[in-house]
Design a binder for this molecule. Structure first.
Ligand code: NAP
Length: 293
């Protein structure tokens, strides 16, 4: 069994990005600029935005965070987005989700200019991804594709089973791994909460991607010998062995499953760091006008 070290791979990518930024600056180009909008005081969202800011600084990007109160109206948020959309100094714009209930997430996502939509959630980018055109890809599936590529995992002709069909993970993952590309060319099955006898599918998987949002959902009897297992889930659970009293676990029961795998991602240190670095890759691509020349 080989552990897929997402932390190390993400570190390597950050170093490559930092070199690219240095080259841009040397060529009198400005550094890529990412703007994040945070609405409200949700603790997890504040942590995510702070990590994104830290990542930007580490690679030499400019990072700006707009902090708006939880009572901000949808109209004010849309006007703020308009302002950033029109700012030529900004390459990427993300609005941290979830938003307060009185604001429509769909309206907000569609208001972000597709050419700055580095989260890859705008329908124009998801449509372009479906059509195999250049697009900002959603961070988690994009990160998993990079993980597979950089771990030297062959995907062509493989049977891939994905548990979960969310718009941000499962569904785009199925598109990326079934398309005629490398990584890609898998035969993909998506399982969800209405799939009967899910084991019947997962036991056939050469590559099993789990984004079900249920701690330790996947056990060894669900996994084929020699499978590649990618665990997207993240859950904070009480622990007696850590100082904080908590630890992170995934959707896969790692201790039970790992011995059957050829490759497996740990939690933490697998998919999570790759999700973070994908946002940097997209922002760099935006600054270099690689998606929308
Ligand atoms: P989500 O929107 O809650 O989707 C979960 C999916 O799992 C749904 O499609 C659901 O089916 C399916 N499901 C639920 N119960 C099931 C069951 N018993 N059997 C089969 N399928 C079942 O979750 P998500 O946003 O995709 O995230 C999934 C997990 O990944 C969460 O733990 C989240 O925290 C984590 N995550 C991690 C990262 C990272 O960077 N590491 C990024 C994103 C998400 P239905 O569609 O039928 O309801």
């Amino acid at each position: 069994m080989k552990l897929i070290d997402g932390k190390k791979i993400a570190e390597d990518i950050r170093s490559e990005i930092a070199i690219e930024v240095r080259k841009m600056l040397d060529a009198d180009h400005k550094a890529p600029h990412l703007v994040a909008i945070l609405v409200g005081e949700d603790e997890a969202s504040q942590t995510y935005v702070a990590s994104k800011e830290k990542d930007c600084h580490e690679v030499g990007f400019i990072s700006t965070v707009y902090k708006l109160s939880a009572t901000t109206t949808e109209e004010t948020l849309l006007k703020t987005i308009d302002f950033i959309n029109n700012d030529e100094e900004v390459d990427g714009l993300i609005v941290q989700l979830p938003l307060p209930k009185h604001i429509s997430t769909n309206t907000v996502i569609q208001h972000i200019h597709p050419e700055k939509d580095v989260d890859g959630f705008h329908p124009q980018n998801t449509g372009r991804m479906m059509a195999g055109m250049p697009a900002f890809l959603p961070a988690t599936p994009f990160g998993i594709v990079e993980l597979l590529k950089r771990s030297g995992i062959e995907t062509e002709g493989k049977n891939c089973v994905i548990i979960g069909r969310s718009n941000i993970v499962g569904t785009p993952m199925s598109v990326l791994l079934s398309r005629n590309a490398n990584p890609g060319n898998c035969t993909v099955t998506i399982c969800h909460s209405k799939t009967p006898d899910i084991k019947k599918y997962t036991q056939q998987a050469d590559i099993l991607i789990v984004a079900v949002g249920k701690p330790h959902f996947v056990k060894s009897d669900m996994v084929k010998q020699g499978a590649v297992v990618i665990d997207v889930g993240v859950h904070r659970v009480p622990s007696e062995t850590t100082k904080s009293g908590f630890k992170l676990i995934g959707d896969v029961d790692f201790d039970d499953v790992a011995r059957k795998c050829s490759f497996i991602t740990p939690v933490p240190g697998g998919v999570g760091p790759m999700t973070r670095v994908s946002l940097l890759i997209n922002t760099l691509k935006s600054a270099k006008k690689e998606i929308y020349p």
